[in-house]
Design a protein around this ligand. Sequence first.
Ligand code: GLC
Ligand code: CA
Length: 522
Amino acid sequence: MTRPWWRGAAFYEIYVRSFADSNDDGIGDLPGITSKLEYVKRLGVNAIWLTPFYPSPQKDHGYDVADYYDVNPEYGTLVDFDELLASAHERGLKVLVDLVPNHTSDQHLWFQAALSTRDDPHRGFYHFADGKPDGSPPNNWRSRFGGPAWTRDESSGQWYLHLFAPEQPDLNWWNPEVLAEFERIVRFWLDRGADGYRIDVASALFKRKDLADVPMVKDPLSGMLRPDPAFLITDQPQVHQVYRRWRQILNEYQPDRVLVGEIFEPQRQSRYILPDQLNMAFALIPAGWDAILWRRSIEIDMIALHGPGVAPSWTLSNHDVVRHVTRLGGGSIGRERARAALLLLLGLPGQVFLYQGEELGLEEVNLDPESRQDPLFIHTEGKHAGRDGCRVPLPWKKGEPNAGFSTKPPWLPMPPGWDRCAVSAEDASASSMLSFYRRALAARRRLSPWLPPVIWWQPSPQGVLVYRRDRLTVACNFLGYPVRVPVAGRLVIASAPLATLDDGWLTLPESSAAWLDAVWAE
Ligand code: GLC
Ligand code: CA
């Protein structure tokens, strides 16, 4: 039996707006991506995931889709998409498209029609409801971007539901018409040759039919009232029918086209990651720099998803979280830890998802409030800093204006010194983060496909994690001083130059990790 291409693959997330700009307007675009595919290929990944590039008013940077069948003119055309896809495929890179089925933009024709009159058939595509007699919204649900999850449509007096921004009305998946529309959309990008989809907020499509208030319960620790965390608004069982249907559709093309669900909660994943539904869901490591927390996080994800052909999709960063170099302490220590963290993750069974710029060691940018554009920042009135800080465009060339991204000001400003991590600079240095990523991914490609999908934790001093996966041993020192651990094998790669192997003893400098291979003859 051959292994499907995606099993154990390395994916690279491209945040389209910030990756590469081909026409110098300060906004990344599809031809920009095509021009950098060689860079992506050299990194050593198997596939790219493109964030939404559809026509959109950009209230949530593309996650507010106004037309599922076209390309945002800022990003190019359908022809540019076809070219991107063809050149990715020439290089053996697969391409995933981001599908946003939970909500549309308020500018989508369906929503515009729904607003036009109360009896327009598109009204049923969304959740419109009457408010409570006291003039408050239909229920107490909250938007994930802050404020109530309902906005009043002045002309009809009814309210519509949005789990995200008011400009992102939620689709009503109880309506079979919505299902039928999405079958067409799913086919559209598959017909063009896409290798699969990353599905945005994949467990949220169906909302509780009764639209009941979330009951308030007493928090056992603080004694304060809070919404009952056990009360499910979304994640309704009917959503699985949708994914079974989509799986069938993908199989009509090829069984190895993939569906990756944006589902983070490990306890939910096993209901979705099944042979007749989705292939993958993300395992985001939220832990700071702490051996016990890392081990727990890895174990929880591995227990949640195991079985023949099933394993977590490890992720350190994406476009929604603070960049992990910063999370791990920032500066040079943050970068050392990030290198170690990469080795720790790359040795595990399963897939890995990288986020553009982590291979350069980019940090979260502390943008001025005036530059911030994320709806999360806007709708929480600045209480939440938002996610712009991890979306600042990539630095390509050292010493050039805007680090070679564009001569026009990029859509998010770059902080001083951003070009220190430019691709041109890191490319030229064997000790750079970029060179390290290339070496680490190459080592993984050499070893990991042949290894069984299980790990054995080895006894190790406190603050140190050591696991074995057949011939591979991975050791990581979380401590602030060097440690010595007994190991078997030869040193394949280390995150710090001073790691040494001497007579079966590995010396690991502070905050570093190493791989050892127990098979001597190769
Ligand atoms: C997902 C996306 C995020 C977006 C949200 C609403 O979580 O990753 O960027 O804001 O969905 O579409
Ligand atoms: Ca551009």
